[in-house]
Ligand binder design. Structure first.
Ligand SMILES: NC(=O)c1ccc[n+]([C@@H]2O[C@H](COP(=O)([O-])OP(=O)(O)OC[C@H]3O[C@@H](n4cnc5c(N)ncnc54)[C@H](O)[C@@H]3O)[C@@H](O)[C@H]2O)c1
Length: 429
């Protein structure tokens, strides 16, 4: 077993939304050196500035408040963070308690555009390049060539097979999935660890221990190891399947002459997709379309934005135009026509039924052994209750809803699976 204390240097490949966020939590964990690798100096500089701003925000409660209000991430949940308590939980860093400051922490950050140099002395590597299989495979081939033989290579992929990502790495037993469930890793709790077909037990155990140590402002990290790989892991697989419903509803609304602004005003905001990245949303849907069912094809609106290069917050335009303070929204009052449409067409229980069905498929496929665990994963990942909380009582009624909905939409993937319809999932406790 590798001594975890010997893991001193971490490299993060890709300094975009996720890479910068992951480097931040790695620095806060206290690694001696964290190296961000990306394609050019301009991107690396931006990544460094982002990390610095986010670490400065943790130096004092005042900085933190300012950061939250400017970062457009001040959800009610985040506003309720007991700042001082959370910060004192960062024992390995103790920014406030030990007087460690941003420049001390930033002194441990390096940036590098030559991957062979960036990973030469890395003990653990986390890849966060775009969700495109051949880019990831090329990166992993280089990681296999240029990093020390003991180094474990983790991918933050949201959807893809670790077995395929590891294919040309030359060390598939040392390749694992390590998925941070949020575009802002310090605000997330859930990290899912996924095996590929050849990942060793030891690599997975090390990955779990490392993930568990990454600090989160929301409380203790929640890590889980999947029994086997699955497109979208647990949380994304359920969320992406649920998104089929929203795409359908939005398309219906648009066909009925209801504008996107009206839908936004009525609470169907597209801000989340902009923050995640329209390309990531697009590639994830495509991966599901190609590997799970054609019913996951990206919606027309996502395809249009993707083709127009409107990739969301990271480029300053997506569904919305973005400035430093967040998305520029001038929402109109909700019209009666919109209210009527939503009353007639939307049914939150159908979404719950879709999610329950997908969660049952995860049990059926052996990705996870217990439904209670799935509920915990959803709660820790999204802070909303899991599909089985109500599904335990409602599954029969919801199975009927799914037959109806699959019929209306022509999306046969949404028909209930046997485990859901029969209620046999109840034996997977
Ligand atoms: N955005 C999210 O909410 C989110 C959440 C969890 C996981 N993920 C996953 O994390 C990964 C990265 O997503 P992101 O949102 O950070 O994307 P991003 O577009 O913000 O960043 C990707 C970065 O990778 C760099 N890059 C591209 N090719 C590279 C190469 N060969 N070597 C080094 N760097 C390279 C790009 O220049 C870019 O800076 C994807 O697999 C995505 O599915 C995303």
């Amino acid at each position: 077993m590798v001594d975890l204390d010997k893991i001193k240097n971490m490299a993060v490949i890709g300094g975009g939304i996720m890479g910068s966020g992951i480097a931040q939590v790695a620095l806060l964990t206290g690694y001696e050196k964290v190296t961000v690798v990306d394609l050019n100096n301009q991107i690396l500089l931006k990544s460094k500035e982002t990390i610095q701003k986010r670490i400065e925000a943790l130096e004092s409660e005042k900085n933190f408040e300012k950061f939250l209000s400017k970062s457009n991430n001040s959800t009610e949940r985040r506003e309720n963070i007991d700042f001082k308590k959370k910060l004192s939980d960062f024992k390995s860093v103790g920014i406030i308690t030990n007087g460690v400051n941003t420049s001390t922490i930033m002194g441990r950050l390096k940036t590098e555009k030559d991957i062979s140099k960036g990973v030469a002395d890395a003990d653990f590597i986390i890849e966060a390049v775009p969700e495109i299989l051949n880019i990831k495979q090329t990166v992993f081939k280089k990681l296999g060539e240029f990093s020390p033989p003991h180094t474990i290579l983790a991918s933050n992929t949201s959807t893809m097979s670790i077995t395929k990502i590891a294919q040309f790495s030359g060390r598939p037993e040392k390749v694992i999935g390590m998925h941070f469930h949020t575009f802002f890793p310090i605000f997330g709790m859930l990290i899912e660890i996924t095996p590929g077909n050849e990942s060793s037990k030891e690599s997975l155990e090390i990955g779990l221990s490392i993930a568990q140590k990454f600090p989160s402002l929301m409380g203790e990290r929640f890590t889980i190891q999947l029994e086997k790989e699955s497109p979208g892991l647990i949380a994304n697989r359920i969320a992406i399947t649920g998104a089929i419903y929203f795409s359908w509803l939005i398309n219906q609304a648009i066909d009925n002459g209801i504008s996107r602004e009206q839908l936004d005003a009525a609470g169907f905001s597209s801000e989340g997709a902009d923050a995640i990245g329209i390309d990531t949303v697009y590639y994830s849907a495509k991966y599901f379309e190609d590997n799970v069912s054609p019913d996951f094809a990206p919606s027309k609106r996502i395809i249009d934005l993707f083709n127009a290069g409107k990739l969301g917050k990271k480029v300053g335009r997506g569904f919305y135009e973005w400035n430093e303070d967040g998305p520029i929204k001038n929402l109109p009052p909700v019209e009666e026509k919109t209210t009527e449409f939503l009353k007639d067409h939307s049914d939150p229980e159908t979404i719950s039924a879709i999610k329950l069905n997908e969660a049952c498929r995860l049990l059926e496929e052996g990705v996870v052994k217990s439904y209670e665990l799935i509920d915990r994963v959803i709660m820790k990942g999204t802070f909303i209750e899991g599909p089985f909380v109500k599904g335990k009582e409602k599954y029969k009624e919801w199975a009927e809803k799914l037959y109806e909905f699959a019929e209306i939409t022509g999306k046969s993937y949404l028909k209930p699976c046997d485990l859901m319809e029969s209620g046999r999932f109840l034996s997977y406790q």
